[in-house]
Every structure is written in structure tokens, then in C-alpha cells.
Design a protein around this ligand. Structure first.
Ligand code: 3H9
Length: 717
């Protein structure tokens, strides 16, 4: 059994400490331990009250997520919660640290709650495709009112101690939570035999009855922020029951039914796959766990453009001082003022106080000289994609930045080994591919060069965690993980356009599937001219899939930047409007290239684009460019808007069944004659053995890496 509960008597108080490192989830051993400890305290006549707390940095981080979908042993959570709520001795939750999900629900079953001033609470089950199934949907609204409770449950946000106190979730805040809780429970036990239970507090429920406004607002919030997800609607139904049912236990019963529906829903498995996938991504198979991690006290950035500024904000937000250099004074001034404006915007939105802004912006310094980066522990180059320029910069960095510091390039596709080769410290050179806007997007591809040392890699992964990024390791290979997949996907979207579908139909089909943004809206946003210019420069003929985009560029239609691309845009707006004037171009280019335009179903659109992702992903895995299928999913969800509730393209393939994936690939290969749909050998082997996409093969069994030129993504569209 996993985890335990320590039982200690202090005077006439029993102190129960949940012990299940590192974050004390309610695993079977903890549930049994809690039940038995409560019984022991009840049976001991000398005990007047109980304090419940957690060991280490957490109170309780929730139910044990690894148990969902499997056989659960020991006492059920409901049995434990019933025992706690009806304990014959008064119980106070001494919330010493993280109290999330079932952890907060545990505290809500106690008579009293005292919180450490640095602790946090929250009900983040929605992020796992679940709802708070331990009474949270019934108890939290009784304390905070339904509107605040719904906001907390639908966003899954972490609420700091002082706010939890203001919201009425806890009774008081403390600097010394366990000692204060012992003192407190002794006093109340002496004074009274009757102690409050959250289940009996009904005022806010009665007040909300007959008014649908709160529920309608919650539905609007879920539709906007959690499009396509199943759990939010279930959460709203639970709160509706809390409001409308007189009997608390009836509400609990409803919650149990709605919880079970979430538990059985495929979205739950998909979202939990990503929870563990993000954590697994930080573990690198051939880098020992005990590898030394360098102390990163100061960061440097080369380039004050959009990327450089965004990356600098990530460091400052994590409390790490950051120095930016640029070769041009005007650029630097502009870059720094953009950073300040971003922080001012956050202050305006109430996301940051004026003092917090001063503190965080105060961590950003700037100058024009490489010498000023000399004391940085890591420097990230963030200039435009040009290998010669990067060579120059890395030579200067190697000369001026202290020995042993990490030198990273924020390239989206250039060869890290080539960049490392101009330095005297190739083992300290690594790729850090941030996504734009870097201060918002969670994905960080960490590119491992041939000579990148274990220490460098482990340190950059730990920096990624400090910056709150979803960091994934990629080998140094063309397009790394994400852009290589994106290439195959957009190429297929373009082929569908050539064969007869229209941009808005393709976008709508993929957005209905769950993508944040369809491929043509995305290409208009990035700019069609980037690839077109690169192709012109190289003197090569446009590949088939790029012919329409290149012709639009010839007609001065570059995308959002000049108000016309696949769509038309009104001045100052990013909303796409249909562009019927493009249709004659589509028809001409289709016919010039031997295509008879045809009706294409939404099913074919989704299948072909998603299968292109899956097949390329399987190749990426079989070459060992990604360590595991889940890493590819983490990349595609956090960097490319793939719906989290489908678990990423690789999980989607596993859920569909690899046999089925191969059958569909063969079907579209026959229909289009396109080798993009030739099933990856890895898919064939796995399907034959009844296995799923999982770990990359061992080094010696890997497929040879594709031998094509490293290039920036700009050349791909
Ligand atoms: C729930 O409670 C349902 C109930 O309402 C009702 C049921 C009937 N279980 O993230 P970290 C592991 S649903 C199992 O790197 P941090 C994690 O995998 C649950 N394991 O640390 C990792 O393992 P490893 C609602 C868990 O400091 C290690 O702990 N609760 C759990 O960056 C360290 O984690 C949540 O959704 C768990 N509940 O962040 C909270 N939590 O070292 C989920 C963590 O082998 N957890 N682990 O890779 C979190 O959000 C973060 O882990 C937390 C710490 C903020 C707690």
C-alpha cells in the first residue's frame, strides 16, 4: 500500500500527519491510515480533539491520480470522508501547504480549517477531465457561494491562502499552523460539544435558488475557456443540484453519478495521459537522475525583439534576474518598452499589483555590450534565423560569458551542432526553442546536440520547470518535433485545397475536431510570404502543396500582415472574412496541376490532416528524435493547439487503435497516391503485436534519421 498516516499525541490532541511523499496524494495507504487513525482518536477517551496535517510541502495534493481507471484497494474516499465528517472528536485541518482536489475536499469535511500563509487551495479536477467527486461540488459553494465556487472549479485555479480566507474557504491564517491548530482545537473542545459542519451551511444555496444567472454565466465561461470538454458541464450540473436539492446527501449522490460519467469518459484518460506525460517528459532515459544541476542565478538574452523580450519576461516572472543585449540602441529601447507595456497591461487587468510589477520589471536590465553578459549562468540567443549570424554571436558569447555558463540558441530549426562547433564549449551548447509569445506559450523544445552534456541538459530541463514550461527534449533533427509534424499537417491541408476543399471548410472541420485554430487561419497569421521568399531565394520550384500559397503571394496576399491572404481582414481586426476572389486562383492552379476539384467531406479533411500528424509522429519516434509518444503529445498540445481532451495525436492514434489507423492510412494512400500515407514501419510492427505507441526504440534499433537539410520553419509553408 502506498503512503501512510503518522499518529502522534500532544497533550490531549491527536495529530494525524499524512505521509506520502512528495505531495501526499490520497493513495490506498493514506486512506486506510486516515480511517484507522480517526478510529483510534475516537476510541481514546483522553483525546479531546484532532489536528489533521501533511508532511513536507503539501497538505494533500488530491486523490492518487495513478489509481483512476484501475482497481482501487483499501477504504474508499467516501468512507474516509464520512468517518471524518462524523468524527466524534472535533477535527481541524492544519493546511500546511498544497491542498488540491481531494486534499481540499478532505479539509472541507473537517469542522475547522486553519491555513499556513504560504499554502494554496484549489479544485483542479477539471484539468484531468474530472469533477471534484469527494463532495467538493456540494461543500465549496456552501462556503463561497455558487458563483465563486464555479469559477474555481471551472478554471481549476490555485487560490493563495489570503484569498482563501477572504472567500470563506478557511477560518484563519497562521505562521505556525500545526502549533496554532493544536492550541485552537484544545480551546474549542473545552468550550463546546457542538462543532460546525459545512454540509449544514445552507444560506448561500437558498439565496441562489430560482436564479439561473449564475449557472448561465458558468455555461458561457465553460463554452469559452473549455471548448469541447465534457467535465465542465458535469460540474455545473452538480452545483445546480447543490442549489436546488434540500437534502445534502441527495446532492452528494448526484455528484457521485456525474463523477462516474466523467471517470468512464475517454477525455479523462486523455487528460490524465497528458498530466503524467508532462512529468515524464522531464526524465531523460540516458541522463542519470543524480546528474548535477547548475545553480542558475542570472540569465542573459541576445536580441530584444518579440522572442527575446518574451523569454526575458519568463525569467523575470520566475524571479531570475535577466540582462538583455542588442546591437541597436533604438531596438533595445523599443524592446524594453514592450516588456514594460506587457506588465502594465497585466496591472490594468488586475493580474499583477503595481508593487509586483516594479519588483518583476526591476529584474530586467539591458545594455549594448557582450561584456555585460559575463556573469550570466545561461545566455539565450534570440535573433532571427540566420546561421552565419548565429555563428558570429556564439563566437562572441564564448569569448565574453564566464567559463562553464550555458549558451543556448532559440532556433526553430537550425543545426545546433553547427552552432556549437564555433565555440570552445560545445558541451554547454543547447537549443531552447520557445514558442511565440514566449511569456504565454507553455511549450519549450530543448534540443540536444551531439555534444550537449548531461549536466547542461538536466539544468535546462530544471530551468524549464522554474519557468513553468512544458519542456520536452528533441534530438537535433530537421524541424525538431513540432515543426516537422506541422509541416506534414499543413502540406495536407494545402493538398485538400488543391483537390477541391476551401480554406474556411478545412478550418471549420479541424476546429470542430478541437484544434484551436484551423491551418489556413494559422498560415495567414504566420505570413504566407516567409516560405515564398525563402523558396524564391533558393531558386527552387514550389512544391505542389505550396503552389496556391505562392500564387497568393504573387498577388500581394501575404496574410494578416497586409489584410489579405486566404481570408480578408478589416483594418485592425484579426477576424477572418471569406475571400471569394481567391476561388478563381484555386480553380486555375488545381487545373494547371491536373486536379479535378471535387466535394471533400469534413471527415476526410480531419482524417487526412490528423493521419499526417500521426504518421510523421511515428517516424519521429522510431528515429528516437522524441523519447516517447507522450512527449510528442505534450509538444503538439502545448505548442500547436491540439485539444488536450484528445490527449495529443499519438494518444489519439492509440485510442483509435493502430489497426484502424493503418487501415485509414492505406485508404488515403490509395485515394491520393501520396506516400505521406504510407504507414510508418513502427505503426505496422506495433499493430501486428497488438501494442501501442510508447517509448522510442533503443539506440541500436532506431530508424535512420531522414537526411534532409536543417532549415527554419519559414521554409516549410
Ligand atoms: C481528485 O482529487 C479527485 C477527487 O475530487 C475525488 C475522487 C473521488 N496523484 O507536479 P510535480 C506526483 S483528482 C498522484 O512534479 P510540483 C507527480 O506525478 C486530483 N501523483 O510537482 C510527480 O511524480 P514523479 C486532484 C501525483 O511541485 C510528483 O508527484 N489534484 C499527484 O511541480 C511531483 O509532482 C490535482 O489535480 C496526485 N494527485 O507540483 C493535483 N500529484 O516525481 C495534481 C502529484 O514520479 N498535482 N503527483 O514525476 C499537481 O498539480 C502538482 O503535482 C502539484 C505539485 C501542484 C501538487
Amino acid at each position: 500500500m502506498k503512503g501512510t498516516v503518522l499518529y502522534e499525541v500532544q497533550g490531549d490532541v491527536a495529530v494525524l500527519t499524512v505521509d506520502n511523499p512528495p505531495v501526499n496524494p490520497l493513495s490506498d495507504g493514506v486512506r486506510n491510515g486516515l480511517y484507522e487513525s480517526l478510529q483510534k482518536a475516537e476510541d481514546d477517551e483522553t483525546i479531546k480533539g484532532v489536528v489533521l496535517t501533511g508532511n513536507g510541502r503539501a497538505f494533500i495534493a488530491g486523490a492518487d491520480i495513478s489509481e483512476f481507471g484501475g482497481n482501487v484497494e483499501g477504504k474508499s474516499l467516501n468512507e474516509v470522508f464520512q468517518k471524518l465528517e462524523f468524527c466524534k472528536k472535533p477535527v481541524v485541518a492544519a493546511i500546511n501547504g498544497i491542498a488540491l482536489g481531494g486534499g481540499l475536499e478532505t479539509a472541507l469535511c473537517c469542522n475547522y480549517r486553519i491555513i499556513d500563509k504560504n499554502a494554496i487551495v484549489g479544485l483542479p479536477e477539471v484539468n484531468l477531465g474530472l469533477l471534484p467527486g469527494g463532495g467538493g461540488t456540494q461543500r465549496l459553494p456552501r462556503l463561497t457561494g455558487p458563483s465563486e465556487a464555479l469559477k474555481m472549479m471551472l478554471t481549476g485555479s490555485h487560490v493563495p491562502a489570503s484569498k482563501a480566507l477572504n472567500m470563506g474557504i478557511v477560518d484563519s491564517m497562521s505562521d505556525n499552523v500545526v502549533a496554532d491548530s493544536i492550541e485552537f482545537i484544545k480551546n474549542v473542545a473545552e468550550k463546546s460539544d457542538s462543532h460546525p459542519k459545512v454540509r449544514d451551511i445552507n444560506e448561500k444555496m437558498i439565496e441562489a435558488r430560482g436564479d439561473d444567472k449564475v449557472l448561465l454565466e458558468a455555461q458561457a465561461m465553460a463554452a469559452k475557456g473549455r471548448k469541447g470538454q465534457f467535465a465542465p458541464g458535469q460540474i455545473i450540473k452538480c452545483v445546480e443540484s447543490a442549489i436546488n436539492l434540500d437534502d445534502f446527501d441527495e446532492g452528494l449522490k448526484k455528484e457521485g453519478e456525474y463523477f462516474l460519467e466523467c471517470l468512464m469518459h475517454p477525455q479523462r484518460e486523455a487528460m490524465i495521459h497528458i498530466f503524467f506525460g508532462e512529468r515524464a517528459a522531464s526524465k531523460i532515459a540516458d541522463v542519470p537522475k543524480e546528474t548535477k544541476i547548475m545553480d542558475i542565478k542570472k540569465a542573459g538574452i541576445v536580441g530584444s525583439g518579440t522572442m527575446g523580450g518574451g523569454i526575458a519576461m519568463c525569467f523575470a516572472n520566475a524571479g531570475i534576474p535577466v540582462h538583455i543585449i542588442d546591437q541597436d540602441e533604438e531596438n533595445l529601447k523599443r524592446g524594453i518598452s514592450v516588456i514594460e507595456k506587457n506588465y502594465d497591461f497585466m496591472v490594468g487587468r488586475g493580474r499583477l499589483s503595481a508593487e509586483q510589477k516594479d519588483a518583476v520589471f526591476g529584474l530586467v536590465s539591458s545594455s549594448l555590450k557582450y561584456e555585460d553578459l559575463s556573469d550570466c549562468d545561461i545566455v539565450i540567443e534570440a535573433v532571427y534565423e540566420n546561421l552565419e549570424l548565429k555563428h558570429e554571436i556564439f563566437k562572441s558569447l564564448d569569448e565574453h560569458v564566464k567559463d562553464g555558463a550555458i549558451l543556448a540558441s532559440n532556433t526553430s530549426g537550425l543545426n545546433i551542432d553547427s552552432i556549437a562547433s564555433v565555440t570552445n564549449r560545445p558541451e554547454k551548447v543547447v537549443g531552447t526553442h520557445f514558442f511565440s509569445p514566449a511569456n504565454i506559450m507553455r511549450l519549450l523544445e530543448v534540443v540536444r546536440g551531439e555534444e550537449t552534456s548531461d549536466e547542461t541538459l538536466a539544468t535546462v530541463m530544471s530551468v524549464g520547470k522554474r519557468l513553468k514550461k512544458a519542456a520536452v527534449v528533441s534530438l537535433n533533427a530537421p524541424g525538431f518535433i513540432g515543426n516537422r509534424m506541422l509541416f506534414g499537417y499543413t502540406a495536407q491541408a494545402n493538398m485538400l485545397l488543391l483537390e477541391g476543399a476551401l480554406p474556411h471548410q478545412i478550418d471549420q472541420a479541424l476546429e470542430s475536431f478541437g484544434l484551436n485554430m484551423g491551418p489556413f487561419r494559422m498560415m495567414d497569421l504566420v505570413g504566407l510570404d516567409l516560405g515564398w521568399r525563402a523558396r524564391k531565394l533558393s531558386g527552387k520550384e514550389s512544391p505542389l502543396h505550396a503552389k496556391i500559397g505562392d500564387e497568393l503571394c504573387e498577388q500581394n496576399r501575404y496574410g494578416q500582415k497586409n489584410g489579405a491572404g486566404y481570408y480578408n481582414y478589416s483594418e485592425g481586426s484579426r477576424a477572418p472574412n471569406p475571400a471569394p476572389e481567391n476561388e478563381s486562383t484555386y480553380e486555375k492552379i488545381s487545373s494547371d496541376n491536373g486536379f479535378t476539384r471535387r466535394e471533400i467531406s469534413d471527415e476526410e479533411i480531419v482524417d487526412r490532416c490528423v493521419l499526417a500528424l500521426i504518421n510523421e509522429g511515428a517516424d519521429i519516434l522510431s528515429e528516437g528524435v522524441a523519447q516517447r509518444a507522450a512527449d510528442i503529445d505534450v509538444v503538439y498540445i502545448n505548442g500547436y493547439g491540439f485539444p488536450i481532451w484528445r490527449g495529443g495525436p499519438m494518444h489519439h492514434a492509440n485510442a483509435m487503435g493502430l489497426d484502424k489507423v493503418i487501415e485509414k492510412l492505406e485508404k488515403y494512400r490509395e485515394l491520393t497516391g501520396n506516400d505521406v500515407y504510407k504507414p510508418s514501419e513502427m505503426l505496422i510492427t506495433l499493430a501486428k503485436n497488438g501494442e501501442r505507441l510508447g517509448e522510442a526504440p533503443k539506440k541500436e534499433d532506431r530508424k535512420q534519421k531522414l537526411d534532409f537539410e536543417m532549415s527554419s520553419v519559414a521554409n516549410n509553408f
